[in-house]
Write a protein that binds this ligand. Structure first.
Ligand code: NAP
Length: 368
């Protein structure tokens, strides 16, 4: 296999930056970016990202845009191109036909229908193919990789806290713990997720809409999922009975009563005491094409997800208010960040958002 050139990583970095805002719009396919670059001039001839809903694929779109000029160029792809017939023809065949001389791939596809086979196919057709093992491409496609290797989505738990580590007051319903800049950041993360999930208790007490309220991005509101408990769920809550035009799903254990309009999809999974088994609930979401799941949990749901090892990333937004010792903490009787550290989470990103503080924690080991 040929060597990676210094400019290759820069172009892959650019491809990842290009694809990032499209995350959350392409499920069940990953948001892949393709850049066709003229090597002699180091300029972009054409570029494309996976289309809304997963099609068309980025490589095929970029090749179509470049036309005959693609001959002799280099194609940068954040993910290995498909070499199977799905709902679109294989991208590898388009690449070979285009006259592209060199393909640099960020990360191999974990979809078993492709799984490294494209590289061999390109090489045997005389196209130089390089697997860069590019960490930002791996991070971009972590949900797709998890879906194919672990059979579940990549799970991010997002919590907003007071400065004394509390997530709410008993019986108070929805409260704002952070200011507008932090709330916009939270909205952006919703937009870039394939689904956003809350427990039934939060759906009832806070009655959220879970919509993306950023100007122009309402259509990027992800699938809204309510995890029903033993008490079931009914159409009195906004997420189920309110008219919004956004897709909603209920995940419920086989035996519980669910009262929902036909527009709400109800998925039944096995469980115990009226609560879905969380691992099975995640598998059901992966089967529906969800790659990146955002959970906005209360105390019980975050505890249950952490106990079952189903959280990959934690986003913590800490405001300036003080709720006092009678309020509800993220984990009863413990400092949340200590619990995260004990479970192997490490802080990997920190940012000030207005007067609030954003911290992102990830598990030390990531799937390969
Ligand atoms: N600050 C924040 O970021 C934030 C975010 C979300 C919520 N909250 C606050 O948290 C409060 C609600 O918290 P909560 O602890 O009562 O509830 P929760 O964390 O929202 O979730 C628990 C709910 O999920 C259901 N559930 C279904 N399957 C489950 C399973 N396998 N494991 C655990 N739960 C399962 C539970 O059913 P059962 O009824 O059968 O137990 C219950 O209805 C609200 O007041 C809200 O304001 C704060």
């Amino acid at each position: 296999m040929s060597a990676l050139l210094p400019e290759d990583r820069r172009w892959l970095d650019a491809a990842v930056r290009y694809a990032t805002p499209f995350q959350g719009t392409t499920a069940e396919n990953p948001a892949v970016a393709a850049l066709i670059v003229l090597p002699s001039r180091q300029t972009v001839l054409a570029r494309a990202v996976t289309g809304r809903g997963g099609r068309p694929h980025a490589a095929a779109e970029a090749i179509a845009a470049a036309g005959f000029e693609a001959a002799g160029s280099t194609l940068y792809l954040t993910l290995e191109p498909c070499q199977h017939w799905g709902r679109t023809p294989p991208c590898v065949a388009s690449i070979i036909r285009s006259g592209i001389m060199r393909v640099v791939i960020g990360v191999a596809d974990s979809d078993p229908r492709t799984a490294g086979a494209s590289l061999a196919q390109l090489e045997s057709a005389g196209v130089e193919a390089i697997l860069a093992d590019h960490a930002p491409s791996r991070a971009l496609h972590v949900g797709h990789i998890m879906r194919h290797t672990a059979g579940r989505p990549h799970v991010t738990a997002m919590l907003a806290m007071s400065s004394d580590g509390m997530i709410g007051q008993v019986g108070a319903g929805y409260e704002r713990h952070v200011g507008p800049a932090a709330r916009q950041w939270m909205d952006m993360l919703r937009a870039r997720s394939d689904a956003v999930m809350v427990g039934a208790a939060t759906a009832r007490q806070d009655d959220p809409a879970l919509a993306v309220t950023l100007p122009g991005l309402a259509a990027d509101t992800p699938l809204r999922v309510v995890l029903a408990g033993a008490g079931g769920i009914d159409r009195k809550v906004n997420l189920i009975g309110g008219f919004s035009g956004y897709r909603t799903m209920i995940l419920a254990e086989n035996s519980v009563t669910v009262d929902a309009p036909v527009s709400v999809e109800v998925i039944r999974v096995a469980g115990a005491e009226g609560r879905p088994d969380l691992g099975k609930a995640m598998q059901a979401l992966a089967k529906k094409g969800i790659q990146n799941l955002l959970v906005e949990p209360g105390q019980r749901l975050v505890g249950a997800l952490l106990d079952t090892g189903l959280v990959d990333r934690v986003v913590l937004l800490t405001g300036t208010s003080v709720l006092g010792p009678e309020a509800v903490s993220a984990v009863p009787g413990q400092v949340f960040t200590d619990v995260l550290a004990a479970q192997g989470f490490v802080g990997c990103e920190r940012e000030a958002l207005g007067g609030d503080n954003l911290m992102i924690y990830e598990r030390a080991a990531r799937p390969h």
